[in-house]
Design a protein around this ligand. Structure first.
Ligand code: C2E
Ligand code: MG
Ligand code: MG
Length: 433
């Protein structure tokens, strides 16, 4: 999530929580002054929910705040529509208007969750709105609201729900506008040469640089220096990772060709991240082979970093393409290993060269017994399968020592160097050799 998007979600959560507290308090007042004590506590529940989600949002726990707010509010609205706000001849049901609001509100808040979850919640809320709008369904209980309360409350709920719906749609609209602008800016970025590759050294147990990972950066004319996490998901969504990924590979091949000319860098291998839509493209292998041929590089110096998640969609296609690449000497590494869902039987069939232990296991490797055990297991697995193992995200000497003691001899991380522009990377290699 980029900064502007995170801010929008935060504002939406704060507005939602405050509105919930305010509406809850208004209802508590209305119900207690009408002596409907026995149902005022439900409105008290709304005030409590709003307060909890407000506190969580302020503490930066926005994901949990969003899930809590959406799910509990949905259940409370359902109960209210069924048991409290049962339509009569003089007062229609109004509480169900909030389902329409909740649908768009969830669409906004769940933007970064998986698409099916977002759509399922959206459509369930819409379905609830349609059902309660079109029927008189409801169960008469002694707790049903008194007629005069329902008339005043009806106006109140309709005004609040419509007002909040307008705010939600306004926030959603700015989200769409920004995505559109970002997409447009991304499509121009390649033409305007705004991308640059940074290189992060990979070192062996003696501290010698034997390889590098190419990491893309975007010099945005207004936003400045943009990291991949802030534009790759959008580029993937817009189908732009194919041309961008091709540019990365072309740059990487050119760089390898240039390194081959100098004795200090001729031994280097270069790893390139390849995203799922790019790898699944039918022309991926022929295009890469053409690049290798036209730059005249030694294919063995190029390594592609794939992720376990790619296997989930079409493992057979991935395996077939990997086999073709292996034939010409291109290496393949499994990036962020341990965070995906790869089955061990696939692992056996993949023509892999390297496993990259994900940095999330390295971070607490010295303090978390589970992380240490996972890292050790990955190293042992790599050894058993005859694969090289590299640890990424090494930030301290103690982490390096631990890994070394456990049989991992290749490292990448801030402890050695941050990703560097090419001139600085070359200088780093020269100074380290
Ligand atoms: P990745 O391939 O797992 O790359 C490692 C990320 O960890 C890089 O972030 C790197 O800067 C960061 N890193 C390296 N050492 C340390 C460390 O010691 N501590 C910490 N906390 N982080 C460290 P970056 O450059 O922001 O890239 C993030 C992700 O974006 C990459 O994760 C990769 O999945 C993707 N990416 C980057 N460049 C490309 C590209 O050209 N194509 C594609 N498809 N994806 C890319
Ligand atoms: Mg990588
Ligand atoms: Mg990684």
């Amino acid at each position: 999530m980029d900064d502007a998007q995170a801010l929008r979600v935060k504002v939406a959560l704060e507005v939602g929580s405050v509105a919930l507290i305010a509406a809850g308090l208004l209802w508590v007042f209305l119900l207690t002054t009408s002596n409907a004590w026995q149902i005022a506590w439900i409105e008290g529940l709304l005030v409590l929910l709003g307060t909890i989600t407000l506190v969580l949002t302020r503490k930066g726990r926005m994901r949990i705040a969003a899930f809590l707010l959406l799910s509990i509010l949905f259940l409370i609205l359902l109960a209210m529509s069924f048991f409290l706000d049962v339509p009569t001849a003089s007062a229609p049901r109004v509480v169900h208007h909030y389902f329409l609001l909740l649908a768009f509100y969830a669409y906004l808040l769940l933007k970064n969750e998986c698409e099916w979850l977002r759509m399922v919640f959206f459509f369930i809320c819409l379905a609830a709105f349609v059902v309660f709008s079109s029927t008189y369904w409801g169960v008469a209980t002694p707790y049903a609201l008194a007629e005069e309360v329902r008339v005043i409350g009806g106006w109140m709920n309709a005004i609040i729900a419509t007002g909040l719906l307008c705010i939600t749609l306004y926030i959603l609209q700015s989200d769409f506008v920004e995505s559109g602008e970002a997409g447009h800016a991304l499509s121009l970025a390649l033409w305007h040469h705004q991308f640059e590759l940074y290189y992060q050294p990979q070192v062996d147990e003696t501290g010698k640089v034997f390889a590098a990972e190419a990491l893309i950066r975007w010099h945005h004319p207004k936003r400045g220096f943009v990291l991949p996490v802030d534009f790759i998901p959008l580029a993937e969504q817009l189908g732009m990772m194919v041309p961008i990924g091709h540019w990365v590979l072309a740059q990487a091949c050119k760089q390898l060709a240039s390194w081959a000319l100098k004795p200090e860098t001729a031994h280097l291998t270069l790893s390139v991240n390849v995203s799922a839509p790019q790898f699944s493209e039918s022309e991926f292998v022929p295009k890469l082979l053409a690049l290798i041929e036209c730059t005249g590089i030694d294919a063995k110096r190029l390594k592609l970093e794939l992720t376990e998640s790619m296997l989930v969609k079409d493992a057979e296609d991935v395996i077939a393409k990997m086999a073709l690449l292996k034939k010409v000497g291109v290496g393949v590494a499994l990036d962020d290993f341990g965070t995906g869902y790869s089955s061990l039987s696939y692992l056996k069939r993949l023509p892999l060269d390297q496993l990259k232990i994900d940095q999330s296991f390295i971070r607490d490797i010295l303090t978390d017994l589970h992380d240490a055990a996972i890292a050790r297991t990955i190293i042992a697995l790599g050894q058993e399968l005859g694969l090289k193992v590299i640890a990424e995200g090494v930030e301290a000497e103690a982490q390096r020592s631990f890994l070394l003691e456990n049989g991992c001899y290749a490292f990448q991380g801030y402890w050695f160097s941050h990703p560097l522009p090419i001139a600085q990377f070359d200088a780093f290699v020269a100074s380290a050799s």
